[in-house]
Design a protein around this ligand. Structure first.
Ligand SMILES: [Zn+2]
Length: 346
């Protein structure tokens, strides 16, 4: 009866279990071997870098050489002859007569080095490195393309949106409704001009009485002062657009200025209202038959009943009430009718 025979391996070759942090180069130098020596004993390696912890490496402790496994159809002698190894030296490092080895046994061929195998693995490693660089470059380029495409999309979207806004504006501007509105404003302006002219004539007819009255009462006919030192005229009298309080005829002018800009009395008069009203936090002053309205204030500096002189501080710019940004709504009424303040301002 035959006993099962364990595959033979040279006693000078020991097994090393890979630890964390090991590299082929580090393991080789730990055992005083060159990388090629180590690779020559480990022909099953497929990579110079793939070295999992717990996997094993063959370490020649005596003379290094090529460690081969005898495959079916081969013999130790055919391998020795094939690789051109020295027969005596081979018998010595393997501690066995080559003729005693069988298929499946391992044979160390001293002095034979797997140069081309090491070269192949080194080339493979270099190829992988190059492929990785190419992949990263491609990825970077693709990311750049995506970014560029998104930027172009954003640009086009903004362009189309602006175009749409413009077309909407044009449609509104050219709409029959708006034309009708503009004609209505025109008629109203003409009507007001006629009214103002009539009032002027009335004033001219009674010059002394009116002059006295204007001087003492602060009537706007004696002239208005700008209610702010700096401002931007953002809406004229009679204009109308989508802003809320201009859904109706704009009875005054809008002067945009930063929050807190001081507002001064455009004419002398008596404060009849200081607090929340038709134009947010607003101050109304009356002099003679004229009323001045200062709207959307953030804070008022006067109170009802108080007498104010032209140029006196009334309050500060804000955006109270129906408002889309800090501004002063300045309105002038004569005999209860609004007029265009620009006609009275210097
Ligand atoms: Zn206004």
């Amino acid at each position: 009866r035959e006993t099962a025979r364990q595959p033979q391996r040279p006693s000078s070759v020991r097994t090393y279990v890979v630890r964390a942090g090991d590299t082929m180069g580090r393991v080789a130098s730990r055992f005083g071997l060159t990388l090629v020596d180590l690779l020559s004993a480990n022909l099953d390696r497929t990579s110079l870098d793939d070295l999992p912890v717990g996997s094993t490496l063959n370490i020649p402790t005596g003379q290094p050489g090529l460690l081969v496994k005898i495959k079916p159809g081969q013999s130790a002698l055919s391998l020795i002859a094939g690789y051109g190894a020295d027969l005596v030296a081979t018998a010595r490092v393997n501690d066995v007569l080559p003729t005693e080895l069988e298929v499946g046994d391992e044979l160390l061929l001293p002095g034979i080095r797997a140069e081309s195998f090491a070269q192949t693995l080194a080339e493979k490693r270099e190829a992988e490195r190059q492929a990785q660089i190419a992949r990263e470059r491609q990825l970077k380029y693709e990311r750049y393309l995506a970014w560029k495409k998104q930027k172009e999309r954003d640009r086009l979207e903004e362009k189309y949106a602006a175009q749409a806004r413009y077309e909407k504006y044009l449609a509104w501007k050219n709409s029959p409704e708006r034309r009708a509105q503009m004609e209505a404003y025109e008629r109203q302006a003409q009507y007001e001009a006629a009214q103002a002219a009539a009032r002027e004539r009335q004033v001219a007819q009674t010059p002394q009485r009116t002059a006295v009255s204007a001087a003492s009462s602060g009537s706007v006919r004696s002239g208005l002062a700008w209610p702010m030192r700096s401002y931007r005229l953002t809406s004229r009298y009679g204009e109308r657009d989508i802003a809320f309080h201009r859904q109706f005829f704009h009875g005054g002018i809008d002067l945009a200025a930063p929050y807190g800009t001081p507002i001064y009395a455009a004419a002398a008069g008596t404060v009849t209202q200081s607090g929340y009203g038709a134009f947010g936090l607003n101050v109304w002053t009356t002099g003679g038959d004229s009323t001045l309205i200062y709207g959307h204030m953030s804070r008022a500096a006067v109170s009802a009943g108080q007498r104010v002189e032209q140029g006196q501080l009334l309050g500060y710019v804000g955006c109270t009430g129906v408002c889309t940004g800090p501004h002063l709504h300045f309105e002038v009424r004569i005999g209860g009718e609004t007029i265009n303040p620009l006609g009275l301002l210097p």
